[in-house]
Design a protein around this ligand. Sequence first.
Ligand SMILES: NC(=O)c1ccc[n+]([C@@H]2O[C@H](COP(=O)([O-])OP(=O)(O)OC[C@H]3O[C@@H](n4cnc5c(N)ncnc54)[C@H](OP(=O)(O)O)[C@@H]3O)[C@@H](O)[C@H]2O)c1
Length: 243
Amino acid sequence: MSSGQQVVNGDGPVTLVTGGASGIGAATVRRLLADGQRVTVTGRDQAKLDAFAAELGAGEALLAVAADTTDYAAVRAAVEATVKAFGRLDRVVANAGFSTHDNLADGDPEQWREMLLVNVLGPALLVKAALPELTANGGRIVLVGSTAGIKNTPGNMYSVSKSALTSLAENTRVLVTGSGVGVTLIAPGRVATPFWSGHPQGAAPQGPVMTAENVADAITWALGQPTGVEVNSVVVRPAGQVH
Ligand SMILES: NC(=O)c1ccc[n+]([C@@H]2O[C@H](COP(=O)([O-])OP(=O)(O)OC[C@H]3O[C@@H](n4cnc5c(N)ncnc54)[C@H](OP(=O)(O)O)[C@@H]3O)[C@@H](O)[C@H]2O)c1
């Protein structure tokens, strides 16, 4: 961390965002920092995280920790580093994820394995690692799913992974209900981010898209609900997207 110009609320909530150096995660981190909050951002590449932190100039308000979301020891270490740096952890945003952009007929099973680990196991590991801190603080969990986790398209393993995440959100909600922890599933439609760089066309297929900031608005709105209120599910599509 280095010194920055942000006015930081030292009593305010602390949020950990996985996969937060690009796309929806990065837009969410920017929103939280602009609000004077303290944030931990994770990803797999420390150099990329450091470059993102330097670009933001958020100083002591931002902690950048390399942690593969599929590695439980690394996820726990990120949670511990957050508590050590900021004294608390109130919210987690399980955002890291990707798509193989293929289908059951023509896809690569090894890539599906990785996708299922990142999109399903990763969020579960984060919930497990963070739950004691979140329970102590009456915290919140946001899981970034997808409209693909609500509507199936032909042979779509990404859709299978996000359907499991939809289930994890409700599964977690009924686990923690009564503990003071809130759980929100954010299911976006198509968003213009690096997510689409792995698509055969190198970009989102023709059609309406949202910005990462549009989804960050939904995430921060859910996080910012007053004590005693929890938003459990938000589906947000670009106008004109059918599924
Ligand atoms: N873009 C869309 O149209 C869309 C629509 C619906 C839902 N979503 C979901 O939104 C979430 C964010 O995606 P995005 O659109 O913002 O794409 P993105 O810009 O590609 O962001 C994905 C992030 O996940 C991180 N990541 C991937 N694997 C990881 C791992 N094993 N451990 C830690 N970090 C990992 C990446 O960082 P590193 O590569 O540096 O590790 C990257 O920062 C994903 O869950 C995605 O499925 C996206």
